[in-house]
Design a protein around this ligand. Structure first.
Ligand SMILES: [Fe+2]
Ligand SMILES: [Fe+2]
Length: 352
């Protein structure tokens, strides 16, 4: 990893650079913020360690300038300060990720760098997961911003339930984040569905629908294999559960397992409502785009049969947020039958 060290003090810049080289990093030194900003534009640096006080452009200003722009990847920014806690707030406002206080111990520096590396690798993981979901979805002609919306709905609904006493032990901030991250993978198994079924411009026959239904086991089994290889990766086990169970129904008449009620993992129950609501609010070749009111009524008709009553209650309590997402992320591309299988589980016959 290439680290950019920014310090006008030649002695401390050299000490820092040598320590970093000793840790195995590649290092470039800049003597002020302006020079550093110019170097950052090369795209070579994902980590910047900058002194606070410098001529021309100081550390916080450099950080602000970096945060103002879009880069190809995240840039982890560590500010060096000798001013103590008062400056931390100013540094955070400028967008710094971490701080080092002068004089620092090499071991402390090492720990901070590890934190930075971890955050950078998590970011690439998140981007790759979404890219993978988008890639799988791209076979379904144009489904617009379905994945972008579904992860927002899942975030809103899980966030709402996390405030309820009975869900407090089950849902924390990490769970909400994982829902956001993994719900776009719900239909990843569609990569295994033949074009003749996936791209059919109209309702599916009974046999074709059976083929379409296989996407849940294809996706679930693929993610189960990945979970086996990486049992500690929570995001993989949640993605597996979502892929397997987002077409289960609360009354046990869904597929593939016919699970009932709380047997269906919560993440699957949350994704089921989000997915159907989005299908209802989107235009399909076989149905127009429904208004929120109509979609809401269809969901209410499915309380306790198709949907978990708690998830529906969360949906009603956060209705305004849901509508705001539907409107702000309205891809409004005319979709194909990509969501036919999702809509097919809806109680309304017009959907198929
Ligand atoms: Fe699906
Ligand atoms: Fe979907």
């Amino acid at each position: 990893m290439h680290v950019l060290v920014v310090d006008d003090d030649v002695v401390s810049a050299e000490f820092l650079a040598n320590t970093l080289i000793h840790f195995g990093y590649e290092v470039t030194v800049a003597s002020n913020g302006r020079e550093a900003f110019h170097l950052v534009r090369s795209g070579k640096y994902s980590m910047v360690i900058s002194d606070w006080e410098m001529p021309e452009m100081n550390g916080p200003e450099l950080c602000r300038q970096i945060r103002c722009r879009q880069w190809s990847g995240y840039i982890f920014f560590i500010l060096i300060t000798s001013y103590g806690a008062g400056h931390v707030v100013e540094g955070l406002k400028a967008g710094a990720d971490d701080f080092l206080t002068k004089p620092f111990q090499p071991n402390e520096l090492r720990v901070r760098l590890r934190t930075g590396e971890r955050i950078l690798s998590l970011q690439s993981r998140d981007v790759m997961l979404f890219t993978l979901a988008k890639l799988a979805e791209s076979r379904d002609t144009d489904t617009g911003l379905h994945l972008e919306r579904i992860r927002e709905y899942c975030r809103i609904l899980s966030e709402e339930l996390s405030t309820w006493d009975k869900y407090r032990d089950l849902i924390d901030g990490d769970y909400v984040q994982l829902m956001y991250l993994t719900s776009p993978l719900h239909d990843i198994g569609k990569v295994g569905i033949p074009d003749s079924v996936l791209l059919k411009p109209g309702p599916l026959t009974k046999e074709e629908f059976e083929v379409m239904k296989r996407h849940v086991t294809i996706g679930g089994e693929t993610l189960a294999a990945a979970t086996k290889a990486h049992p500690d990766a929570k995001f993989l086990s949640m993605a597996r559960d979502i892929a397997f169970t987002h077409h289960e129904r609360y009354d046990g008449t869904g597929y593939p397992f016919g699970l009932q009620g709380k047997q269906i993992p919560l993440c699957g129950r949350l994704t089921a409502l989000s997915d159907v609501y989005d299908a209802l609010r989107s235009q399909r070749v076989y149905k127009p785009k429904f208004s929120h009111e109509k979609a809401r009524q269809i969901i209410l008709d499915g309380v306790g049969t198709q949907f978990d009553p708690d998830v529906v209650e969360a949906f009603l309590r956060r209705e305004d947020d849901v509508v705001r997402i539907a409107e702000s992320l309205d891809g409004s591309a005319a979709d194909s039958n990509a969501q036919a299988e999702a809509a097919a589980t809806s109680p309304e016959p017009v959907l198929v």
